[in-house]
Design a protein around this ligand. Structure first.
Ligand code: ATP
Ligand code: MG
Length: 138
């Protein structure tokens, strides 16, 4: 099992001024930052990143939102990183997210839900490599 996951602080959380608060929760959760950048993705890049969701009804809304403003992308390291990070971020829909999770605190809706977290070791690697080359991963 790999010990890394990939995350983005999404445009809604960046706009709301919550980068610092979310990084604080990531730190407190015991994750080490292996790579990080503040960047903005194009509509095309968002479509590529979320290709697995291309058939879903929310694909257009999702890719428009994710390319609407800057994000923070990061690779995080911890034992059991993928599962533990998804626990820390909470359910996709913040209405169903547990107390103390990032989405419970900072997400407004199922679409604009503050953070991304990889759903498998395989996707964590693919997503991390989408944003960071080898020289940018420590
Ligand atoms: P993420 O992949 O961003 O960590 P997730 O794994 O919890 O989120 P997915 O099912 O992978 O959820 O959906 C990807 C993203 O698509 C969600 O985080 C959300 O921004 C958006 N999304 C999912 N379901 C809906 C929906 N029903 N309506 C609008 N947007 C949605
Ligand atoms: Mg997902």
């Amino acid at each position: 099992m790999s010990n890394r996951t990939f995350t983005m602080i999404k445009p809604d959380a960046v706009k709301a001024g919550n980068i610092g608060n979310i990084l604080q929760m990531i730190n407190a959760g015991g994750f080490r930052i292996a790579a990080m950048k503040y960047t903005k993705i194009s509509r095309q890049q968002a479509e590529k990143f979320y290709e697995v969701h291309a058939a879903r009804p929310f694909y257009s809304e999702l890719t428009e939102f994710m390319s609407s403003g800057p994000i923070v992308a990061a690779i995080l390291e911890k034992e059991n990183a993928v599962a533990d990070f998804r626990k820390l971020i909470g359910a996709t829909n913040p209405a169903n997210a547990e107390e103390g999770t990032i989405r419970k605190r900072y997400a407004a809706s199922i679409g604009e839900n503050a953070v991304h977290g990889s759903d498998s070791d395989e996707n964590a690697k693919i997503e991390g490599d989408f944003f960071f080359n080898g020289l940018e991963q420590f």
